[in-house]
Design a protein around this ligand. Structure first.
Ligand SMILES: [Mg+2]
Length: 228
């Protein structure tokens, strides 16, 4: 193996967050008596994406993102809702979502025998721990680093400093991050000086400013990089 330490993102890298989000939004809107149409879903996703982008850029706190996203969303339709209450309900639905992305668990189980695996994820601690446990993956990782517990988030160098300080015999030349996000996973790997494998999601355009070390379309292609 070319790398002895593998840092994995969770959402849309190991777990199918698109599906989890879809199920949770459908349940939340149903609870509000609203049918989740394709337009509403696209509109929510655009807003949510923008808010998380502002979080990555340090312009918003995590609490501002999660507790204001539904009030901001419904404001667009002239509805005043309790954003905190809706977020709490949504979170309960999200916590239940742990659909695997492809055969990720088999790959992780196999890699855990060959390298040290760690989770590096931006998100809410309780949610991520529960979803990893429900998907029966927790045991394969030596440690789990959720941004909420570190005080920083990907792509901040401080987040990666926190992680690196907690990895035994850390060697940056033997460490690689694997993730689907150019702006958090790949950029974070670059800022912190480790190699990066971009699991390029369908439809996401490349960014001339952020060039990953490696690109793959499916997680199993990781073997062609690790076993070179
Ligand atoms: Mg991700």
């Amino acid at each position: 193996m070319n790398y002895s330490t593998l840092l994995f993102d969770v959402d849309d890298t190991l777990l199918d967050f698109q599906l989890t989000e879809e199920k949770a939004l459908t349940a939340l809107f149903k609870q509000q008596g609203i049918e989740l149409t394709a337009d509403l879903k696209a509109s929510y996703k655009a807003l949510n994406h923008q808010l998380w982008r502002e979080f990555e850029e340090g312009k918003r706190t995590r609490d501002q993102v999660i507790y204001e996203r539904f009030s901001l969303f419904f404001q667009q339709f002239g509805q005043a809702v309790d954003g905190v209450a809706l977020e709490q309900d949504y979170r309960e639905y999200l916590n239940q979502g742990h659909d695997l992305l492809g055969n990720s668990r088999e790959i992780i189980a196999d890699l855990a025998e060959k390298a040290d695996l760690y989770i590096v994820t931006n998100g809410v601690s309780k949610t991520q721990y529960q979803r990893l446990a429900d998907s029966k993956m927790t045991g394969y990782f030596k440690d789990i680093f959720v941004s909420e517990d570190t005080g920083y988030q990907k792509p901040m160098k401080e987040y990666f400093d926190y992680v690196f300080a907690r990895i035994e015999q850390f060697d940056p030349s033997k460490t690689v991050i694997i993730g689907d996000s150019l702006t958090s996973d790949i950029k974070g790997g670059q800022l912190s000086g480790i190699d990066q494998i971009w699991l390029q999601p369908e439809g996401v355009k490349e960014d001339p400013l952020i060039q990953p070390t490696f690109k793959i379309q499916k997680l199993e292609e990781i073997y062609s990089i690790l076993e070179k």
